[in-house]
Every structure is written in structure tokens, then in C-alpha cells.
Design a protein around this ligand. Structure first.
Ligand SMILES: Nc1ncnc2c1ncn2[C@@H]1O[C@H](COP(=O)(O)OP(=O)(O)O)[C@@H](O)[C@H]1O
Ligand SMILES: [Mg+2]
Length: 352
């Protein structure tokens, strides 16, 4: 069994099934993000693991032992929430020491551990400040130090960086990941922010309606999404819905037809498919190429410095294309006629 194993976990509130038999396992030291829209059951999953709620079905195992019957304080789990939840009347040092005092550490050991924890989150010298004398980022670092000082067997973070502004959040993401690797602590991170999940994680579990839809490395989820929900939740994608006819002709619902860059005879049937292609995987030509292509017209241009986003009218759809602004490539202009295509390896053929 893996270090953290969640088996068949279910939870309802007032007959409303909020977690629907979820299963996952991660090895020790893994950073796993639970990613999904608001209300999909992320916080509930953490609360069950922490022991603040009890599951209706299923089991939770850490290091080969089930923790299901233990009260929260005996589970030895470190928690950090979005609101820092520091004790306002205590100093930074006292906040961090709290968990150690509860566990009857000696005064000398507490002093040593608190000072190590402060150093880890780069707050040496802030020991005697009150939380209100710290910035949001500093308070969040204290919360992290307080969670880690007890040497928990698992670290749970619930939207912990969401309250910070963009630049600080990105700095904290890097810092959090460095600390997590240094300590080697198995971490479950809850977020609705796909970019944050991509930056931080060894593994991402994408959740929807109380279920895990896909769990894999960030790269694999981006490259091979299992359905259009995952493809649109992680990054951007173009979706074309229709049927595949002989000779790899793809017939859209509106009757428009184009040639797929792939001969796959197994897919010729009556089922509807969704072709998903990322905006940055589309290749543009301004003269008609000899290989299979789609013709379109530039409708809208967004310049983002190193990149440009183009909205293309083609096949009766709006197609998004993203290009690097290289010195050897001309920017497209509104009303330009273009021809575009993509490699077979860059398309996902999905069924839902
Ligand atoms: N204590 C509770 N009582 C009733 N409903 C709850 C309770 N906790 C969570 N829910 C419901 O369960 C669903 C999942 O909530 P939550 O796990 O907090 O989602 P997330 O963290 O993914 O946004 C939501 O519809 C929420 O309203
Ligand atoms: Mg939540």
C-alpha cells in the first residue's frame, strides 16, 4: 500500500452526495493537488482526512495504518487554511510553539524547534512580533511553520495562497515547494487555480461533482486530458464536435468538414467525438499549403508581449490560436486569410 491511501471515501450532507467513492494513493514525499471548481468536494476531502468530519463509507490509511478511528489531535496532521488562523494575542514564537507545548516538549527543545522553524520560513528575528505586525505573506509563512514544527505525517493546505496578491502568491508557491521538498513531507494541496496546481505538484487530481475525473502528472494531464472538462479546466483548448467519416474526414455538427491529420480506422463509427487542440499547437500559414489544412480569417488579435492570441473564424466556429512573437514571424492582422493545421500527436480525440 502507498504511504497515503484513500479508499472508497464517501460523504453526504443532508442526502446530498458530496464525495462519491473517491480513491487515490500517493507515495511518501509526494505533492498532490486536488484541483476542481468550487463545491466539487476538495475541502470535504481534507476535513475527512484531518478528522473534523467522519466519512459515511471508505477508509483512510497513512503509512499502512488506518486513521479512521483517531480523533483529529491524534492524527498528527499539519493544517494550513486560506485564512491564517494565527492566535492574534500570541507572538509569532508563541504561535509556533503552541503545538509543541501541547505535546509536552521541554522548554529547551521548544526553543530549538521554534528557531529552526523560523529559519525554514525565513522569519528569523520576527519571533516577538504579533500577527497583526506582519504582512499577509509573512502570516502565511508563520502558519506554515506552525503546521510543520510538529513534524506531521501529512501536510494539508486548503487554498492557502489564495488570499495573497498575484506576485506574492507566485513567490510563495516557489518557497512552499522548496520547503516541502527539503522537509520531504507528503502534501495534499487544495486549489481551484490550475496554474498554481501545475506549478506546484508532482501529481494533480482533477475533481468534479465529488469524483476524481483524472489523476496524473501535470504534463500528462495537459497533454492527454481524459475529457473536455479536464481539457478546459487545465489550460485552454479548442473543441470541435462531430463524426469521423472515411478518409479521416471530420464532419462537424454544422456540416463543415475538414481532414484530420491522422488515419485511424478504428474511429469510423456513428459515435460523436470531440477533437481537442491547444491554441499553441496550431500551425499557421499565410499561403495555402499542400498538406491538409483549414482555411480561416482573423477576427480578433490580443497582443500579450511575448505572445499573441488570435481568434479565427473557421468552420463556423471561433478557433483560438496562440503564437510566439518571434522576430522571424509576422503578427497576423484582423481580416488576414490564413491556413492552419496541427499534428496528429497534438490532438486529443475525446468522447465527452
Ligand atoms: N457541513 C456541511 N453541511 C452541508 N453541506 C456542506 C457542508 N460542507 C460542505 N457542504 C457542501 O458540500 C459541497 C462540497 O463542499 P466543499 O468540499 O467545501 O467544496 P470545495 O472545497 O471543493 O469548494 C458543497 O456543495 C457544499 O455546499
Ligand atoms: Mg474549499
Amino acid at each position: 500500500m502507498a504511504y497515503l491511501a484513500i479508499k472508497n471515501l464517501s460523504k453526504s450532507f443532508q442526502n446530498n452526495l458530496v464525495l462519491d467513492h473517491i480513491n487515490f494513493e500517493i507515495e511518501k514525499g509526494t505533492f498532490l493537488s486536488l484541483l476542481g471548481p468550487s463545491g466539487c468536494g476538495k475541502t470535504t476531502t481534507l476535513r475527512l482526512i484531518a478528522g473534523f468530519e467522519h466519512q459515511d463509507e471508505g477508509t483512510i490509511h497513512i503509512g499502512g495504518n488506518t486513521i479512521d478511528t483517531l480523533p483529529p489531535y491524534k492524527r498528527n496532521i499539519g493544517l494550513v487554511f486560506q485564512s491564517y488562523a494565527l492566535f492574534p494575542h500570541m507572538t509569532v514564537g508563541q504561535n509556533i510553539a503552541y503545538g509543541l507545548e501541547q505535546r509536552n516538549f521541554t522548554k529547551g527543545d521548544i526553543k530549538k524547534e521554534v528557531s529552526k522553524a523560523l529559519e525554514m520560513v525565513q522569519l528569523t528575528g520576527f519571533e516577538n512580533r504579533k500577527p497583526r505586525q506582519l504582512s499577509g505573506g509573512q502570516q502565511q509563512r508563520v502558519a506554515l511553520a506552525r503546521a510543520l514544527v510538529i513534524k506531521p505525517s501529512l501536510l494539508l493546505l486548503d487554498e492557502s495562497l489564495s488570499a495573497l496578491d498575484k506576485k506574492l502568491r507566485v513567490d510563495m508557491q516557489i518557497e512552499l515547494r522548496q520547503i516541502q521538498k527539503e522537509v520531504g513531507i507528503t502534501t495534499l494541496f487544495v486549489t481551484h487555480d490550475q496554474e498554481e496546481a501545475m506549478t506546484l505538484s508532482d501529481q494533480i487530481a482533477v475533481m468534479k461533482n465529488g469524483k476524481i475525473v483524472q489523476m496524473d502528472t501535470p504534463q500528462n494531464i495537459y497533454k492527454n486530458p481524459v475529457n473536455s472538462f479536464v481539457a478546459s479546466f487545465i489550460g485552454q483548448s479548442n473543441f470541435l464536435k462531430g463524426r469521423i467519416k472515411e478518409n479521416s474526414q471530420f464532419v462537424l455538427q454544422n456540416g463543415s468538414t475538414f481532414s484530420l491529420p491522422q488515419q485511424d480506422y478504428s474511429l469510423y463509427n456513428q459515435e460523436e467525438y470531440i477533437i481537442s487542440v491547444r491554441p499553441e499547437k496550431i500551425r499557421v500559414d499565410q499561403t495555402r499549403p499542400s498538406y491538409p489544412h483549414i482555411q480561416g480569417k482573423v477576427k480578433f488579435v490580443t497582443y500579450i508581449g511575448n505572445l499573441s492570441m488570435y481568434l479565427i473564424e473557421a468552420l463556423g466556429h471561433d478557433i483560438r490560436i496562440q503564437q510566439q512573437n518571434d522576430s522571424y514571424r509576422d503578427q497576423l492582422k484582423v481580416n488576414d486569410e490564413i491556413y492552419f493545421s496541427w499534428n496528429a500527436s497534438d490532438q486529443s480525440i475525446l468522447t465527452e
